[in-house]
Design a protein around this ligand. Structure first.
Ligand code: TXA
Ligand code: MG
Length: 333
């Protein structure tokens, strides 16, 4: 398949062709404020199945439906009081709500589950595309399954050129990590995936909210509520090691001196490695650059990537969640 590219700066009329592709059952990769997504008409079963093929995504891992407003969300799922509160306070924005699904949703979107994940993105291109297409847009992150999520047009092109009908270039993603996922269907609301909208923020409107406890992925009874959480994730070709104690990094670099080494660290750190990329000073900075850095180090030819960690709590924990997975839980304390 020949993939078309279109760059959108401020002329949203240029989205007409992209919207038509979606409406006709094709695949369009597009920017959101979190990461880029690969979209299809969420009411068209065949189109949705093609997303799984293009990404190489396991069929039991459900997708998020992207809509423009609460009214449209109500057509795809039953918006309960908790869901309504989350949408009213944090949407449009980087949060996804899980509610009971309505039958109109294509079966593959929910991977056969009775619930559906719905998000109202704030990115202007995403919003205009959804409105112009007139359909709820099913979209996972626009990476090949298992790879780091894409935060730029280049990343999407590297993974999906020839696999989708169109890729929209809308510049760098602002947040850099995927949306917070909240399940509102249980006895208490539960965060299944941390993100920019933090536990502390959600607790202000839903005081009984809890964070799903994740066991080590090696345990045989590991059954996360979010099917996607059990798969290998965010992995570059190089091996990743995460450091909760930066003092261990120089020693590890010494041990690895026969390998091509890379360090992803804060602005103020200095190391002797083959490649160094810096994220800035805050967890927000690190979120924005993390997936980019993992992909850059692969291009540079790094064999082992050593990562510092941001401060604990809030966005720091959301970043950690991704870092730990990309390292296959090789964490040094
Ligand atoms: O920021 C984002 O959420 C990005 C952009 C493109 O919107 N999308 C994204 O989609 O990260 P994806 O497919 O990479 O992650 C969706 C996550 C997966 O972990 C999936 O298992 C979970 O949401 N999920 C989807 N539907 C679910 C459901 N009904 N119950 C539990 N988990 C669900
Ligand atoms: Mg993903």
């Amino acid at each position: 398949m020949i993939t078309k590219f279109v760059k959108i700066t401020d002329n949203y009329n240029d989205l007409t062709e992209a919207a038509a592709i979606l409406k006709n059952g094709g695949l369009v990769a597009f920017p959101t404020e979190t990461v880029y997504g690969i979209g299809a008409d969420g009411l068209n079963e065949k189109a949705v199945q093609n997303i799984f093929k293009a990404k190489g995504r396991p069929g039991d891992n459900p997708l998020i439906l992207h809509v423009a407003n609460i009214e449209a969300a109500g057509k795809a799922g039953e918006i309960n009081k908790r869901a309504e509160m989350i949408f009213k306070v944090f949407s449009p924005g980087p949060v996804t709500v899980i509610v009971k699904k309505k039958n109109i949703v294509a079966p593959s979107v929910t991977a056969g589950l009775e619930t559906v994940a719905i998000r109202i993105p704030s990115n202007r291109i995403a919003r205009e595309l959804i409105l112009k297409s007139g359909v709820p847009v099913a979209a996972p992150s626009a990476n090949l399954s298992g790879k780091p999520s894409p935060t730029s047009f280049e990343h999407v092109k590297d993974d999906l050129n020839g696999r989708v009908d169109m890729i929209i270039d809308g510049g760098a993603a602002e947040v850099g990590i995927e949306s917070t996922v909240v399940d509102t269907t249980g006895t208490v609301p539960m965060i299944l995936r941390p993100g920019k909208i933090t536990y502390e923020q959600l607790k202000k409107i839903l005081p009984d909210i809890i964070i799903e406890k994740h066991k080590s992925e090696n345990e045989t009874d590991y059954k996360p509520k979010s099917p996607g959480m059990k798969y290998k994730h965010y992995a570059p070709d190089a091996k990743v090691i995460v450091f909760e104690n930066n003092k261990l990094i120089p020693k590890e670099l010494e041990k690895l001196k026969d390998k091509k080494t890379a360090v992803f660290c804060s602005e103020n750190s200095e190391y002797k490695a083959d490649f160094i990329l810096k994220w800035g000073t805050t967890a927000e900075d690190m979120a924005r650059k993390m997936f980019w850095a993992l992909r850059e180090f692969d291009k540079m030819g790094a064999q082992v990537i050593l990562c510092e960690t941001p401060e604990k709590g809030g966005m720091g924990d959301s970043v950690r969640n991704r870092l730990y997975k990309s390292a296959g839980f090789d964490i040094r304390k």
